[in-house]
Design a protein around this ligand. Structure first.
Ligand SMILES: [Fe+2]
Length: 385
């Protein structure tokens, strides 16, 4: 079945060596041996540091039910690129993790073997340097503490209290956006930085380690893992239905925001100051078996996101999708048995929904379709969707 774009191409915004590890995006040695090693050593030198720490929801999760929640309606978002799974749009930052938990999550991502295998520079970032990079996809195999956090029922309860839908973490949950301060750099005066910050009013031009985008997962939980006290900027920026660029205010280390990133256009901004900013992001989707998830490959496939490990990513993706579909079919079969009057229209509609789910398992794969990246929808207003 030929398509318009059968092969990834550099000039279309693709990372073309996705089969062999995208090594041209390796994090430079200067950064690995310099700023990354320094950050890791700082974590390891804390008196309480314990590399075998296990996740304890009672001890590590902060339960604060007071977070302010914004609906898509509140943000005046009417048209969306995909059908929203609920009216929830975003929360204001809410305290979620203790410092000990934040340190452990960060340390698990910063171990040398993890940085080497799962860390890469981003593709197509705005004003990125050797100090802006991603680490991710390591949690399910190599980060027991972080993985236990994503899978904890206590975390799920907190998130579901915002969204009011059943949720589960994505198969590859755990992506870290790093923007690190340059060692020994001289900084312009603070007034100059504040001026630069106030001039950043257009979300498309704001420097970031990942440009303006929609997520390929339904929800994104964004936890501030590291932010220097003197940092100016570094918030998550979102675009509202009337095309205004707003920064979600005041992120603190250990605080989190949850967004329905599949339908909310957003950007992770870089601080204008020479500061560390690290966020831990986890994708969540609706949990079955009644509903099928609406996850995409658009911005996470290995030819777009260089840090993806090709084999691990696609094996996990197809396991995740086929398991969801199998559980859904089983659930639907049970339901069918109880009906008295057979409803053909309903059965046809259901089959079509499952067909399109199966189709979405492969229709963005590199062997099939590689349209230019970023797609047009990342840059047009909601009204033009
Ligand atoms: Fe995102």
């Amino acid at each position: 079945m030929p398509t318009a774009y059968p092969h990834p191409q550099k000039h279309l915004g693709h990372a073309v060596n996705y089969l062999t590890g995208n090594h041209e995006y390796d994090i430079p040695k200067e950064t690995v041996d310099g700023e990354i090693a320094q950050l890791r050593e700082r974590l390891e030198s804390k008196p309480s540091f314990n590399p075998n720490l296990t996740f304890d929801p009672e001890k590590h999760l902060i339960k604060d039910p007071s977070a302010k929640v914004l609906s898509l309606d509140d943000l005046k978002i009417k048209k969306t690129r995909a059908a929203p799974v609920c009216d929830f749009a975003a929360t204001y930052p809410f305290p979620l993790l203790t410092q000990e938990a934040v340190d452990m999550v960060l340390w698990e991502a910063l171990r040398p073997e993890i940085v080497e295998k799962y860390g890469r520079l981003p593709n197509l970032a705005k004003s990125a340097t050797r100090l802006d990079f991603h680490v991710g996809g390591h949690c399910s195999r190599w980060a027991p503490f972080t993985q236990a956090l994503w899978n904890s029922s206590e975390l799920r309860e907190i998130l579901e209290s915002f969204t009011k839908v059943k949720m589960k973490p994505l198969f590859s949950a755990g992506h870290f956006n790093f923007s690190l301060a340059e060692k020994d750099a001289t900084e312009p005066p603070r007034e100059e930085l504040l001026k630069k910050y106030s001039e950043q009013s257009n979300g498309d031009d704001v420097p970031s380690s990942l440009g303006m985008h929609y997520d390929s997962s339904t929800f994104a939980l964004v936890i501030m893992a590291e932010l220097d006290e003197n940092a100016i900027g570094g918030e998550t920026g979102i675009v509202t239905g009337d095309n205004k660029f707003v920064r979600v205010p005041d992120p603190k280390v250990g605080s989190a925001t949850l967004i329905q990133g599949m339908v909310l256009k957003h950007v992770a901004t870089k601080p204008v100051s020479n500061s560390n900013r690290v966020t831990a992001v986890a994708g969540f989707c609706v949990a079955g078996p009644e509903k099928l998830d609406n996850s995409l490959l658009t911005s996470v496939k290995p030819s777009i996101l260089p840090r993806q490990n090709y084999n691990e990513f696609y094996n996990d993706w197809v396991q995740f999708r086929l398991t969801n579909l199998a559980e859904h079919i089983l659930h639907y079969r049970e339901q069918l048995k109880t009906g008295e009057q057979f409803d053909q229209r309903d059965f046809i509609a259901h089959c079509q929904e499952m067909e399109s789910y199966l189709h979405k398992c492969w229709d963005e794969m590199e062997a099939h379709y590689n349209p230019p990246y970023p797609p047009k929808e990342f840059h047009i207003s909601y009204d033009e969707l």
